[in-house]
Design a protein around this ligand. Structure first.
Ligand SMILES: [Fe+2]
Length: 360
């Protein structure tokens, strides 16, 4: 009963495969004396049928058998029941055969004639190897799960930290409260209309939420000025794409699309934008999308010195500037998204109300 004690309840069953009934009986008695409940199969094919009905932690299999030989049976077991330990048995002591079996995934090899002690020792060894393999597998799975959990937690903290930055900006730039959330919502509606891949959608959502983060580096007196900006003030505000890109680049190396949104959302389709003067499709698509979403929100949001534009007027303006300021493809997609009600209608009065509550 030594084996049973060492291996626990799971390992108390064994399948004996041999075309010689006398050999099966010998092995069965021997294993039964060790506390194993055994099933028998007279061929490789029969063994597969038995294994399909119930699982066994251990298979003792003869090598030379008609129909399906031991090596072929071993290959099937490795593929279909990889957790089953296989101990190969043959009448001839052949080193090459032993090597073949071990290479094929047998946990050990036994030659006839064998003694009771020999069988016991090899079975014990094979099952101990199996236990170690299963322990390893469980450890690896647990480790992978832990790493995945940790990295998910890290991502959440990272997103939360960047979100706080975006929120800090919106408190500083009080008249655009909610701007980044709305821009992100509009940008996602365009992207869905264009059927962008999920990986791009995630980065676009992130990038559009943070597109104006560089305004943190813009003087508050300029940011909240009541009225038109001077040329110098405008130039100062327009530094924000590069400031934002410099701020985020070290943190978002694996999010190039999101970074491109931050840097390039003020590029123009005709090449007269900033900061790099990119034109047409040289401007990353996510940035072209965000440019449309950003302008739409800017036009439809109220300012202290003016009301927000009506949706129809803002769309007309986007269409007028399609091909010069904006990518016509993105403008059309936004129009379609609006028509299909995929975009919530903006209400600048609600935005102003929230702004006043926040500022107060
Ligand atoms: Fe911007």
């Amino acid at each position: 009963m030594r084996l049973l004690h060492a291996l626990g309840g799971d390992a108390r069953r064994c399948l004996i495969v041999d075309d010689d009934p006398a050999m099966r009986t010998v092995l069965r008695r021997l294993m039964a004396a060790e506390g194993f409940a055994c099933a028998e199969a007279g061929s490789g094919t029969e063994a597969v049928a038995v294994l399909e009905r119930e699982s066994f932690p251990l298979v003792l299999s003869d090598f030379h058998m008609p129909e399906l030989n031991g090596a072929e049976l071993l290959a099937i077991i490795r593929q279909r029941w990889p957790r089953t330990a296989v101990l190969m048995i043959t009448a001839v002591s052949d080193v090459n055969l032993a090597v073949r079996c071990l290479e094929g995934g047998a946990l050990d090899y036994l030659t006839k004639p064998f003694t009771t002690e020999e069988v016991r020792a090899r079975v014990l060894q094979a099952l101990e190897k199996r236990r170690l393999l299963l322990d390893n597998e469980a450890y690896r799975t647990t480790l992978e799960e832990r790493v995945a959990q940790q990295s998910h937690k890290y991502e959440e903290l990272f997103v939360a930290a960047l979100q706080s930055l975006a929120d800090a900006l919106e408190v500083k730039d009080s008249y655009t409260w909610g701007h980044s959330t709305r821009v992100s919502r509009y940008a996602m509606a365009i992207a869905r209309e264009l059927r962008l891949e999920p990986e791009l959608l995630d980065q676009l959502e992130f990038g559009s939420r943070l597109h104006d983060i560089g305004k943190i580096g813009v003087r508050e007196s300029v940011l909240n000025k009541n009225g038109p900006l001077t040329e110098a003030e405008y130039a100062h505000v327009m530094e924000h794409p590069v400031i934002g890109w410099r701020l985020l680049a070290p943190l978002m190396r694996d999010m190039p699309v999101a970074l491109a949104v931050v840097r390039s959302h003020h590029e123009r389709f005709d090449g007269h934008g900033t900061p790099d003067g990119l034109s047409g499709t040289d401007i990353p698509l996510a940035a072209r999308i965000t440019a449309v979403a950003d302008s739409f929100d800017a036009m439809t949001s109220g300012r202290p010195y003016r009301d927000g534009m009506a949706v129809e007027d803002a769309v007309a303006e986007l269409k007028r500037c399609a091909g010069t300021q904006f990518d016509p493809y993105c403008v059309r997609a936004f129009e379609q998204a609006l028509a299909s009600s995929a975009v919530p209608q903006p209400d600048w009065r609600v935005q102003r109300k929230v702004t006043l509550q926040i500022v107060a």
